[in-house]
Design a binder for this molecule. Structure first.
Ligand SMILES: Cc1cc2nc3c(=O)[nH]c(=O)nc-3n(C[C@H](O)[C@H](O)[C@H](O)COP(=O)(O)O)c2cc1C
Length: 299
């Protein structure tokens, strides 16, 4: 069985000629024929099918022939979405999610880890590319290594800070802004102080770290895909009693080839997300306030 969708055509013994395959296919690969036995036909001569599976998903007759190791999930007998989770309950789920920075010293059960990965699997991706991959790190030494590498530059930054005004013309606009921000030194001192005490300020001693990588493609879409995939994983983790935190500070250092090589990120791939996973050792009592949506309407 294959891990990539292959549409093989229509089972005419089942097809009731409703035309929903034609309506659902954005690549226009289904069309009408003059053949009275085959009202619709599937044709993919240039291989432009994006393998989205919408034809399989929409067909009321289960008449689309395909090959994939993942059987289609049939909605028959399943409640309609608003009856599974109401908007109010969904809002609770969304608002009760927190970035977790305190973890129990316990490994993530394999079954729960697998469930988180399965939730990520069903995230949408641009043009249905599904091109992301993931590395699960549970080896404590490897997590420590990544943590240390992520904070390696802090000492250097502290040393260079007094010289910042000399370096300003050579810095990128973003770095320039940070260099002259008086809070930078305060944050650096706090972080270096915590590191001196042996604290893991990157992963918060989480027992598991997920590294998501993908091949970059059009307009940074791989980064957008990663955001959706990771959000799926975060929400699933929450439903399993686990906590997560997106760790941009660790994601950043994958710009270094040496780090990509160490974590076996294949050539041509980039890291688009790093998150912690583990059992929270903290309980939140309420959701913090958030800014109102700044919305512009064009009615
Ligand atoms: C892209 C991204 C990168 C982040 N990087 C870090 C990080 O490096 N370290 C950290 O402690 N939190 C990180 N966070 C967590 C945010 O600080 C957190 O989401 C935010 O403060 C809101 O808190 P909440 O997630 O509990 O709602 C990151 C979040 C996102 C979405």
């Amino acid at each position: 069985m294959i891990n990539m969708l292959l549409i093989q055509g229509i089972d005419y013994n089942k097809c009731s000629e409703c035309g929903s395959c034609v309506a659902s296919c954005t690549a226009k690969l289904y069309s009408e024929t003059d053949d009275k036995d085959k009202v619709y036909v599937f044709n993919n001569p240039h291989g432009v099918c994006v393998k989205c599976g919408h034809c399989i998903a929409v067909c009321p007759d289960e008449a689309i022939l395909f090959e994939h190791e993942d059987p289609a999930f049939n909605f028959k007998g399943t409640k309609k979405l608003p009856d599974i989770v109401s908007y109010g309950d969904l809002m609770k789920i969304l608002r009760m999610r927190r970035s977790i920075r305190v973890y129990k010293d316990k490994p993530v059960p394999e079954k729960k880890l697998e469930k988180v990965l399965q939730a990520m699997r069903y995230a949408p991706t641009a043009s249905n590319r599904e091109n992301w991959r993931i590395t699960v790190v549970t080896n404590r030494k490897e997590i420590e290594y990544l943590s240390k590498e992520s904070t390696k530059d802090l000492k250097l930054a502290k040393k260079l800070l007094p010289l910042r005004y000399l370096a300003l013309p050579f810095l990128s606009p973003a770095l320039r802004k940070r260099a002259i921000d008086p809070r930078t030194e305060v944050i650096l001192d706090r972080e270096l102080g915590a590191l001196e005490k042996g604290e893991d300020i990157v992963f918060f001693n989480a027992p598991c770290v997920l590294i998501l990588y993908a091949r970059p493609y059009t307009s940074n879409m791989a980064a957008n895909d990663a955001g959706v995939v990771i959000t799926h994983g975060m929400l699933a983790a929450q439903a399993l009693g686990l906590g997560t935190c997106w760790i941009g500070i660790a994601q950043r250092i994958f710009a270094k080839k040496r780090i990509r090589k160490h974590f076996k990120v294949p050539k041509g791939y980039e890291v688009y997300g790093v998150i912690t996973l583990g059992e929270p050792d903290i309980e939140y009592q309420r959701a913090p306030p958030r800014r109102a949506v700044r919305v512009q309407r064009m009615d």
